[in-house]
Design a protein around this ligand. Sequence first.
Ligand code: FE
Ligand code: FE
Ligand code: ZN
Ligand code: ZN
Length: 288
Amino acid sequence: MKPLLFDSHMHTPLCGHAQGEPSDYATEACRKGLEGIIFTCHTPLPDGMSAEVRMKAEQLPEYVDLVAQCRAAFEGRCAVRLGLEVDFVPGYERALEEIIKSQPFDYVIGSVHPHLPEIRDAFWQEDPIAFGKTYFALQAQAAETGLFDTIAHPDVIKIVRWAGYDKVLMKEEFARFLDRLAETGVCLECNTSGLIRKVQEIHPAPDLLPMIAERGIPMVIGSDAHRPERVGDGFREGIEALAEAGFKELPVFENRQSQSVPMDQWIALVADWPYCLKSGTPAKLHGG
Ligand code: FE
Ligand code: FE
Ligand code: ZN
Ligand code: ZN
């Protein structure tokens, strides 16, 4: 039977800020009853952009091999797929496209990391509301490139600019972003790593989920694990919130194609899911 229940966002030591070997992540997935995982490590970027938190361009084949070795080792126990988390940097679309086309990725996540120096330097605004608007517009722009399957952690701005984050005003911006996203057919990510941050809630915040469901935008769930014990972490919180918001299925990607997995299967997976490291440790921009 085809594996369906995946954690679709996690990292490898190649990015320089994640711990554990891919096999440790797969072992953890097996232990928790997940049927598969997708590694989505941070893409290399041209021009030495934020080189300290990502693999180098010449390491991309090594990354692909690492995932392939893990896939072979866990054959029949846990499906292992190849993905990539790609920073959207306006003006670099062509370079990003080259990277994405260069390997047989199953799944490509587009991320706007507001703390990325290149994004901060080009778009930073003192006024958190104005900066928030820019951030959501950049995410819409990322979706419109057609390069990505999913837009990651779509309110991560709240951990970057926690002070001055206005949930009410940002909800309007979020709606504008969703209206543009809905036109593209790109998915949005339910990223459970927010649970271990100061905000102690998933990305996007649970009160934003009905707005997404209402527009028929599919959501993919991922832990964004940077250490093995976070694989599947907070999935009960995430899946329950998604079910409550009205989602009837959650897709999983293979070979850049999505397959819908009915919600009752996800709910059965997390019925007695004790795995949530929710600790409320201070916001850390990378890792977790
Ligand atoms: Fe990210
Ligand atoms: Fe990530
Ligand atoms: Zn991430
Ligand atoms: Zn990271």
